[in-house]
Ligand binder design. Structure first.
Ligand SMILES: Cc1cc2nc3c(=O)[nH]c(=O)nc-3n(C[C@H](O)[C@H](O)[C@H](O)COP(=O)(O)OP(=O)(O)OC[C@H]3O[C@@H](n4cnc5c(N)ncnc54)[C@H](O)[C@@H]3O)c2cc1C
Ligand code: FES
Length: 233
């Protein structure tokens, strides 16, 4: 159980929850959250949005029953969190280019912060795309050498990747596939996949995905994969 320090809307249907937590948490990892007894049956996977000593944040979109229940929790309520799970993003040296779409921007914030701390002289360029309205942009702006924002269009149409950059993308599958297929072969590209998850720890096979080296579990072998593993590039 974790104590909720804050849980409020930052944009219509988009909530940020901060809970008290102490542990080792890598960018790109996720937790399984639940705040109900039997219905819905399963806990819900939510990525780490930020972690600073003692405070763990999640950014989530209300799309169904589980996230609706989460959105109604108040400061000083408790929420069950299990994790951190998943491999997270690898340590990135050199320059970083991030491409986030919608709620897929959630895990990229902690990555950008971590990257800045580890690579004070590295360059960080951030592409963010939103369908209706943008959120969380100011926080990214503070960490970016260059920000490219798109609302209502197709962010990948604006994407220009530099030879020095490692690319990280998270968002709708079609967006990640476009990034995977259009970024030059010499750049390393990491994608963070989503899948329906039951256990989150590699025990149920509910999140299997086809990869170049056979079926893998998004929860345990991912959610971060190198593009060649999961897309035909
Ligand atoms: C590793 C991982 C990290 C995630 N991180 C975040 C995050 O940081 N913020 C966030 O808002 N969401 C995140 N998600 C998605 C989130 O888990 C789902 O939106 C949530 O489980 C929906 O639960 P619900 O009960 O509200 O909706 P449901 O009633 O279960 O579903 C509503 C709709 O969302 C779709 N859906 C549900 N779960 C998933 C899923 N896992 N993948 C794709 N589509 C799904 C359903 O097909 C349905 O159309 C993540 C998913 C994974 C696998
Ligand atoms: S969610 Fe159970 S194996 Fe991945």
């Amino acid at each position: 159980m974790a104590l909720i320090l804050n849980n409020s809307a930052i944009s219509p249907g988009i909530f940020k929850m901060t809970v008290a937590f102490t542990g080792v948490v890598k960018p790109g990892q996720f937790f399984m959250l639940r705040a109900w007894d039997k219905d819905p049956l399963l806990s819900r996977p939510i990525s780490v949005h930020n972690y600073e000593t003692g405070q763990l944040s999640f950014l989530y979109q209300v799309v169904g029953k589980g996230t609706e229940i989460l959105s109604q929790l108040q400061t000083d309520d408790e929420v069950t969190i299990q994790g951190p799970y998943g491999n997270g993003f690898p340590e990135i040296t050199g320059d970083l280019c991030m491409v986030g779409g919608g709620i897929g921007t959630a895990p990229l914030y902690y990555l950008a912060r971590h990257y800045r701390e580890q690579n004070p002289t590295g360059k960080c360029r951030i592409y963010l795309g939103f369908r209706d309205s943008a959120y969380g942009v100011d926080a990214f702006e503070a960490l970016a050498d260059e920000m490219i924002l798109d609302v209502g269009g197709i962010i990948t149409n604006k994407l220009v990747v530099l030879a020095s950059e490692t690319v990280v993308t998270c968002g709708p599958e079609i967006m990640m596939e476009t990034v995977a297929k259009t970024v030059p072969a010499d750049n390393t590209v990491y994608v963070s996949l989503e899948a329906h998850m039951a256990c989150g720890i590699g025990a149920c096979l509910g999140c299997s995905c086809e990869t170049r080296s056979g079926n893998k579990k998004v929860c345990k072998d991912g959610p971060v994969f190198v593009r060649e593993e999961v897309f035909n590039v």
